[in-house]
Design a protein around this ligand. Structure first.
Ligand SMILES: CC(=O)N[C@H]1[C@@H](OP(=O)(O)OP(=O)(O)OC[C@H]2O[C@@H](n3ccc(=O)[nH]c3=O)[C@H](O)[C@@H]2O)O[C@H](CO)[C@@H](O)[C@@H]1O[C@H](C)C(=O)N[C@@H](C)C(=O)N[C@H](CCC(=O)O)C(=O)O
Ligand SMILES: Nc1ncnc2c1ncn2[C@@H]1O[C@H](COP(=O)(O)OP(=O)(O)OP(=O)(O)O)[C@@H](O)[C@H]1O
Ligand SMILES: N[C@H](CCC[C@H](N)C(=O)O)C(=O)O
Ligand SMILES: [Mg+2]
Length: 486
């Protein structure tokens, strides 16, 4: 593809400045990683958190880069296109290069619920007869794929390669997660969105964003920059940050559709909780639906409404969307019932690894727990340290028994992470080895109890130092449940 076409309208001036022959360079591919550059490719130099891509321009040119994009001039033999925001250039150029995506794409942002909403949206579309996919923390799921992925929002080159493949495979509808990192780093700036959604905002990633307001502002890029004007913006109405999301989406000229108890588009009137399901009364205009949602947890009703909002906004009849909610499957590791003890105590795996999520999950299981709530959790290393005591406090306030263990210590000393949680968890029992912690919790279970193993959800490894050892909460929990006779 010619460099001029690759750059697209937004960056035409910067290309034209260098003369017609630069615009006419034939580009065979693009990458922000010099190590992936082959002859004829375009190298985009990004200033990152660990390295500055500008330092690798010479390396990229030596490997055959036909041109370079950077935020400032660099002396090399290949032409250098200087742009204000190379990350945005990379995203738009990747979209132009791969050129295709599923026709109807939506993105969801928020601190918690993105994976669940993306999964539910895919399931409702599939129920309505569309070939649908989801892209996010648990990887890519489509009619023909179930591929594990490492980032919640993939990097632009990987993302647009994937979108083109999905389109070629006949996928017409796709729901993707927009993480705050992804939004901040313009990873999805090239995706053409039919609708977007916001779930909630809580404390997370304070190691990356300087303030909560900056974190919210990163999330709001989805509405103020990415969603085309006039498109539907589905906003969960019952969060403390809902009003701000509505303000941003309204100012950007979108069709604001609120869902939840305070929602105007889908209004939640009543919820009845049962052990493994909930019955919700939902109003849509003059229509009233009584929906049996086969999942535990108040938050899953919220996620189901956001997903229903996204699908209705993009053309699924409300009755079909509500019907699809009755057969929803939870996303892997999201308040997932893994088994029961011999006496009938329930044992769940949940991905709560941040304060609000932990608070929600512990509160959600209380109504159907006649015995004690037992929680096993830890906090990841090399991540927001401030959340550790907060999660310790929440666990002690909302659970009867608290076991503090390890969760991906990465480069940190595990005992130090645990001690930072324990400092705010006076009744916490410290068991570093996660498998032992799960066994100890299962050993305590008696009739009526609920066990939550929190923090790792679908994860299949424990990262200690730079090594990821195979580890699954599901497997360890199942093993322990089989082992004990009570
Ligand atoms: C902090 C962060 O988000 N980092 C992401 C970012 O890396 P970066 O731009 O900071 O890269 P860097 O390592 O500083 O390097 C700068 C540039 O030099 C280039 N380079 C480097 C070395 C070399 O030899 N040649 C070369 O060209 C790199 O390719 C890069 O373009 O861009 C990379 C490519 O897209 C990502 O892989 C990387 O994710 C890292 C691995 C990561 O852990 N990210 C997490 C925090 C993340 O993004 N999480 C969110 C969700 C979290 C949540 O909501 O819970 C996600 O969307 O997954
Ligand atoms: N709407 C919600 N409100 C509060 N907590 C929620 C909500 N949805 C999910 N949770 C909690 O957050 C955990 C993660 O849910 P999910 O994976 O759907 O969110 P996510 O936004 O994709 O998270 P991540 O950014 O870590 O990928 C769940 O296991 C549950 O504990
Ligand atoms: N996407 C999140 C996942 C955290 C999961 C938790 N198990 C941990 O390791 O902290 C992150 O990378 O911050
Ligand atoms: Mg997710």
């Amino acid at each position: 593809m010619l460099l001029r076409e690759l750059a697209g309208a937004e960056f035409q001036d910067q290309i034209d400045k260098l003369g017609a022959e630069v615009g006419a360079i034939d580009i065979s591919g693009l990458s922000a990683d010099s190590r992936k550059i082959e002859k004829g490719m375009l190298f985009v130099a990004l200033a990152g958190t660990k390295a500055d891509g500008a330092a690798y321009v010479a390396d990229a040119v030596a490997r055959g880069a036909a041109a370079v994009v950077a935020s400032h001039a660099v002396e090399v033999s290949a032409p250098v296109i200087v742009v204000g925001n190379p990350r945005r250039f990379l995203a738009l150029a990747a979209a132009n290069f791969f050129g295709r995506q599923p026709e109807t794409m939506v993105a969801v942002t928020g601190t918690a619920g993105k994976t669940s909403v993306a999964s539910f949206t895919r399931q409702i579309w599939a129920g309505a007869g569309y070939a649908a996919a989801q892209i996010g923390t648990t990887g890519v799921i489509s009619p023909t794929r179930n591929d594990y992925g490492s980032l919640t929002t993939p990097d632009p080159v990987g993302l647009h390669r994937l979108l083109a493949e999905l389109a070629d495979e006949g996928v017409t509808h796709a729901a993707m997660e927009a993480s705050s990192h992804g939004l901040d780093q313009s990873r999805l700036d090239g995706v053409k969105l039919a609708a977007a959604a916001f779930t909630n905002l809580g404390r997370d990633h304070m190691d990356y964003h300087p303030t909560v307001e900056a974190y919210m502002a990163a999330k709001m890029r989805l509405f103020d920059t990415l969603l085309p004007k006039g498109a539907p913006a589905v906003i969960f109405a019952d969060d403390p940050w809902s009003a701000e999301a509505v303000r941003v989406a309204t100012e950007a000229g979108h069709k604001v559709l609120t869902v939840g108890r305070n929602g105007a588009f889908l209004t939640l009137k009543r919820v009845e909780h049962f052990r493994h399901k909930q019955v919700a009364e939902v109003h849509f205009g003059d229509e009233i639906f009584e929906v049996h949602i086969p999942l535990a947890g108040d938050f899953q009703v919220a996620n189901a409404l956001v997903a229903a909002g996204l699908t209705i906004a993009t053309g699924v009849p409300a009755a079909a969307a509500m019907k699809a909610l009755e057969t929803l499957q939870g996303a892997s590791g999201r308040l997932e019932l893994v088994g029961q003890s011999k006496a009938g105590a329930l044992a769940y795996v949940d991905y709560a690894h941040k304060p609000d999520a932990l608070e929600n999950v512990l509160t959600s299981v209380r109504p159907f727990t006649t015995g004690r709530v037992i929680v096993v959790f830890g906090c990841g290393g090399d991540r927001d340290k401030g959340k550790r005591p907060i999660m310790g406090e929440i666990a002690c306030r909302l659970a009867d028994i608290v076991i503090v263990t390890d969760d991906n210590p990465r480069s940190e000393v595990p005992a130090v992470i645990r001690s930072e949680i324990m400092a705010a968890a006076p009744k916490g029992i410290e068991i570093g080895d996660r498998a032992q912690a799960i066994r100890a919790a299962v050993a305590m279970l008696s009739s009526g109890d609920t066990l939550i193993v929190a923090g790792k959800g679908h994860e299949e490894g424990q990262t200690v130092g730079s090594v990821t050892l195979p580890f699954s909460d599901h497997t360890e929990l199942r093993k322990a449940l089989e082992e004990f006779e009570h």
